[in-house]
Design a protein around this ligand. Sequence first.
Ligand code: PEP
Ligand code: MN
Length: 338
Amino acid sequence: MVIILKKNADKASVSRLEEMLKNKGVSANHIEGATQNIIGLVGDTSAIDVENLLAQDCVENVRRVQEPYKKANRKFHPDDTVIPVRDTIIGNGSLQVIAGPCSVENEDQIMTTAIACKKAGATMLRGGAFKPRTSPYSFQGLGKEGIELLIKARKETGLPIVTEIMNGADLDLFADVDVIQVGARNMQNFELLKALGKCGKPVLLKRGLANTLEELLMSAEYIMAGGNMNVIFCERGIRTFETMTRNTLDISAVPLLKQKSHLPVCVDPSHATGIISLIEPMSLSAVVAGADALEIEVHCDPKSALSDGGQQLTPEKFTEVMTKIKDICAYLGRPLGK
Ligand code: PEP
Ligand code: MN
């Protein structure tokens, strides 16, 4: 981190700044230039608040030269993180396909869909029990009963289950869930992230609708700072000026996150595009870009779905998409599942 001092900074203010930096455990190196004086900081600057420095009388500007995330940073952890989930592994070069309905609606719906997803080659099962809906009048999910039905579906199919948490107070209900999803709308719910930091279970952390990749990395850092290193990023599209798709899928996020971080990356083409005909090309693009996992919405009868009916694939369409995904995995030499 570099602090640029004001031209006529008074000595007392600079001394106060130095004392403050010393207390933060970093060493300050002064460089006197012909027109500008600067202070270079050496040490762990992750706990230094840039806004606080800018509030000091003698400070003109502050530049970070190191990323503010440490535990999620590939610089300090060069090897890929691999996350075991039952007898599958995320992040070891294989591709995991997480498929299932937007919401768990009833036993027949989740069982039929789960069996069809497994038959088509999915390696994990998704389904929302607690649903973050834009309208309070829309279906809010079955809650605890939804999780119990997912567990039943896992027993039947052997597929590990992925489901979303909205409130840290519900964490006990997720004791038998394999991967806990944090939805886009909760990416910066820091109290929830802290609670997940203490739970140790794999977390699928979705990118917020209007969040930068650095903010996503910082949210992962929250979970990791609590001691839970099992975080998987999920790119699910961001809000842009485009209106033809539900969101805009940022494929560049995949290689970029993998360069910046050692954590696995998942792509959700369903919420990213909201358009059935785009699920296949976006899934294939994500795999080629290096995604470790895909999350795809599939419903046994999308026309009767209680949420996101327009973007969920029928089992027949999902089977077609999976055929292409298998082809691309074979071409890239990437195993599907395991
Ligand atoms: C979901 O996956 O069920 C979901 C609500 O997605 P997102 O948080 O990405 O909108
Ligand atoms: Mn959905």
